[in-house]
Design a protein around this ligand. Structure first.
Ligand code: TYC
Length: 106
């Protein structure tokens, strides 16, 4: 007789249903900061190139940053947000503009 159906053995194993452990990945806002030197056209180009905005959307966001000090370029998972920040900072540095891009929890 197997241990499984031996009546002398207690069936004292309790099985609980585990809570589903899936959590949505945390999201991050990629933010552009204003400065006094980066040309407006360059910022528009950055927004079109790295954030897939059309010219009019990119111009709106650029003007928002210019007047308000900062603005959101997009919301992404951590890896994507980190890559966007890196791409923008590299591109700005290559063109010797002081443009700053950061990320913050959404
Ligand atoms: N303030 C800049 C200018 O007057 C334009 C600018 C806009 C710079 C947005 C950075 O993230 C920025 N040339």
């Amino acid at each position: 007789m197997s241990e499984h159906n031996d009546p002398r053995k207690e069936d004292d194993v309790s099985v609980e249903t585990a809570k589903p452990k899936l959590k949505r990945p945390p999201l991050y806002r990629v933010v552009l900061l204003n400065d006094d030197y980066t040309p407006m056209d360059f910022v528009v180009e950055v927004l079109q190139t790295f954030f897939r905005m059309d010219r009019s959307q990119a111009t709106q966001v650029m003007l928002h940053v210019h007047t308000r000090g900062k603005g959101v370029c997009g919301v992404y998972s951590r890896d994507i947000a980190e890559t966007k920040v890196e791409q923008v900072m590299d591109y700005a540095r290559t063109h010797e503009h002081p443009l700053m891009c950061t990320m913050e929890p959404a």
